[in-house]
Design a protein around this ligand. Sequence first.
Ligand SMILES: [Zn+2]
Ligand SMILES: [Zn+2]
Length: 235
Amino acid sequence: MKFVLDTHCHTVSSGHAYSTLLENAKYASDTGLELIAITDHSDRLPGGAHLFHFHNMSVIPKKIYGVEILKGVETNIIDYSGNVDLDEETLEMLDIVIASFHPPCINPGSMKENTNALIKAMENPHIDIIGHPGDPRYPIDVKEVVSAAKEYKTLLEINNHSLRPGSFRAGGSDIVLNIIKECININMPFIMGSDAHICFDVGNFRYIEELIKDIEVPEHLVVNTSVETLKNFLS
Ligand SMILES: [Zn+2]
Ligand SMILES: [Zn+2]
């Protein structure tokens, strides 16, 4: 399977990432990617980008080093009703919106609360992707979440960074595998995100590839294989 896109990349604007937009684009170009999304953290996460960062993204060219650049955000889910820390107007300006749980912005709730938060976030038409739903600190009902993703046409992200040994979110590989299997079960595509915090990780899905090596994943269910498939979801 050839992967041509990565929808989850951070830059220095996230406060705890180490590469610039140009460095990310250059690495993506050198490694044969066709598209990347720049999805810095919004500002409830300490060090995250100020609101003006997101309002000013139209200065970024559509392509850099031949790689299409989507202007996006990784916004924080802030309550169990699925609200996020950016207003509708800002979300609407962006090409792509990931919504995720992060501990400084929301405490882990019960399985029911976490599941409800994700489903409500998916109902928000501006939210395209749920970031790292396999975080073991935020237990979810996998079947309910995958079925809601299909209903609301929201992609669930399989996050490479979470599977890295030593990651804050490590230990969730069984949950992640369950999400993938349930997606296959109901024929719902999923998306892989590197969650790169340095350019050398852009397009890096090696821990996911390792995790799924023994199961058969149909290529049409992996959105990273086609820019067109991604754009169908975003439109
Ligand atoms: Zn995140
Ligand atoms: Zn991230």
